[in-house]
Ligand binder design. Structure first.
Ligand SMILES: Nc1nc2c([nH]c(=O)n2[C@H]2C[C@H](O)[C@@H](COP(=O)(O)OP(=O)(O)OP(=O)(O)O)O2)c(=O)[nH]1
Length: 144
């Protein structure tokens, strides 16, 4: 089957939440509850961009819904696809930003049942969704 062109991939946004945008020491991982095929896998909070939303608006909405927090966005974590996106299988492309909580305390309100703040040496203690591994590996050296 031919690879789907990058411009028809469904857009997803993700937040690489860290404690500090310039000197991060920990990264937040969230454990999915659904669908059954992905449940138990750890990921970046986020989700699909809705029609009429910018990517940034979608990310603020998703972290509000999923974690109950407001965030400030930092740099994008640049991936290999056009626009710095990351391929998630052959259906989705995810844009990931570093982000910092500006209000509230993250809680697994929706779509997740557990959250963990991970230091660099703990990043591989959990089963990340496979497509997230290269993203985690790019973030790892940023954590001190
Ligand atoms: N949010 C998120 N999704 C990811 C990551 N890695 C990864 O492969 N995915 C996949 C899982 C899903 O198939 C898809 C994103 O969909 P989603 O289920 O998070 O989107 P959503 O919150 O808008 O959900 P829904 O409205 O469809 O219920 O991308 C990740 O780090 N974060």
């Amino acid at each position: 089957m031919p690879e789907r062109p990058h411009d028809v991939l469904r857009e997803v946004v993700g937040a690489a939440l860290v404690d500090d945008l310039t000197h991060p020491t920990v990264l937040l991982a969230a454990r999915r509850t659904e669908p059954p095929a992905l449940a138990g896998g750890w990921e970046f909070p986020g989700g699909k961009v809705d029609p009429g939303e910018t990517h940034e608006q979608a990310l603020h909405r998703e972290v509000r819904e999923e974690l109950g927090v407001e965030v400030e966005l930092g740099e994008k974590v640049p991936g290999p696809l056009p626009g710095g996106r990351w391929a998630l299988g052959d259906t989705f492309a995810m844009t990931v930003w570093l982000a910092r909580v500006t209000a509230g305390e993250p809680a697994p309100i929706e779509d997740h049942d557990q959250l963990r703040w991970l230091r660099r040496d703990e990043l591989h203690e959990i089963p990340w969704l496979p497509a997230d591994l290269p993203i985690v590996d790019l973030i790892a050296p940023m954590l001190r």
